[in-house]
Design a binder for this molecule. Structure first.
Ligand code: SF4
Length: 339
């Protein structure tokens, strides 16, 4: 709301449009905007105003919606209906991406683990289908809910040109908090899927979403999450201080953990993951990876399959090239193109 008011003030001669989940829930609240539009209209509008820059990674949306019951989440309230793209449509999009020389396909959706729920199919059926495509570029999964990660999925991923990168929105690793969040798994389950991943994929990047300061998160409960992150091979974290959302079931708990405590927990996890990420990258020095370069003529960086952004020693006409990691700093990774 603050941003909307500021946009109206700063750009009095422009049309200011409000969009997003909150607008869908309470459009009247946003009526000060010149127009309120839904997410579909927004996507069309964005494509018209900002044509896609030339990229090497294609974001393939396979489904929308989530019928989960996580107590902090608004998604299921505003996009409860699961709608999956047909396999034919997905395969056609892949063909299109390949013919436009995309080097990586990132599978995205509101909850990709629910793919096919509305068509009596499952994510694994899609993966089976993808395994049959001989010209498939490398495939990356975006966020995958922990409860959908299992041995069967892993076996199919191993048969694909799969990017060794998982992003697991675990949110917490304390059993009471997970229960209160209605996440339907516990720390023991998380331990199992972490060993599943590390058993099958070397040098795998593993990211997680964590909410700090969820109602009832005492120091001891936060400490359980902290210890879990510390002892498991996570390489990246997205950390969010909890903020109550009207209409979610956790809203009734209020917001008892104070701001300073949330910030302190956020910084503790940030420092921890910086160190873990550094250690992860350090072990990769001397190894060679296929790097997908996103902007060949302007920026000399590219992405490895295991989610390391590498600064290259020179520009290269190729959009995918082998790169040897040569050195790292606290936040950057450098590499040379292997001819
Ligand atoms: S947190 Fe994820 S799984 Fe849970 S309701 Fe929201 S979108 Fe669905």
């Amino acid at each position: 709301m603050r941003k909307l008011r500021s946009a109206l003030r700063r750009y009095p001669d422009h049309k200011v449009i409000a969009t997003g989940c909150a607008c869908r829930l309470t459009p009247e609240k946003y009526s000060i905007a010149h127009e309120v539009i839904d997410n579909i209209e927004r996507n069309i509008l964005i494509k018209d105003i900002f044509p896609e820059p030339k990229k090497a990674r294609y974001f393939l949306k396979i489904q929308d919606g989530c019928n989960g019951k996580c107590s902090f989440c608004i998604v299921a309230k505003v996009r409860e209906k699961v709608e999956s793209k047909s396999m034919e449509q997905i395969l056609a999009e892949i063909d299109w991406a390949v013919s436009h020389r995309y080097q990586e396909i990132v599978i995205v959706g509101a909850n990709i683990g629910l793919y096919g729920f509305d068509m009596s199919q499952r994510l694994v059926d899609l993966l089976k289908k993808l395994c049959k495509i001989s010209y498939l570029p490398r495939i990356r999964l975006s966020s995958l809910e922990p409860r959908f990660l299992n041995e069967e999925i892993v076996q199919y991923l191993k048969d694909l040109p799969f990017c060794r990168h998982f992003h697991l929105p675990i949110q917490s690793a304390d059993d009471d908090i997970l229960n209160k969040m209605n996440r339907q798994y516990d720390r023991g389950y998380l331990e199992k899927i972490m060993s599943l991943v590390t058993k099958h994929f070397n040098d795998c990047a593993i990211g997680a979403d964590i909410i700090v300061g969820f109602p009832g998160e005492t120091s001891a409960k936060f400490s359980n999450t902290y210890k879990f992150i510390k002892t498991q091979p996570f390489t990246h974290l997205h950390i969010f201080p909890y903020s109550p959302r009207p209409l979610t079931s956790a809203y009734v708990y209020g917001d008892p953990v104070d701001r300073a405590t949330k910030r302190s927990r956020l910084w503790q996890l940030t420092d921890l993951i910086k160190l873990k990420n550094h250690n992860f990258r350090e072990k990769l020095i001397g190894k060679t990876f296929d790097v997908v370069i996103e902007e060949t003529d302007r920026i000399k960086t590219g992405l490895t399959d295991n989610y390391i952004r590498v600064v290259l020693d020179k520009t290269d006409k190729a959009i995918k090239t082998p790169v040897q990691i040569t050195r790292i700093t606290a936040s950057k990774t450098f590499g040379v193109i292997v001819q």
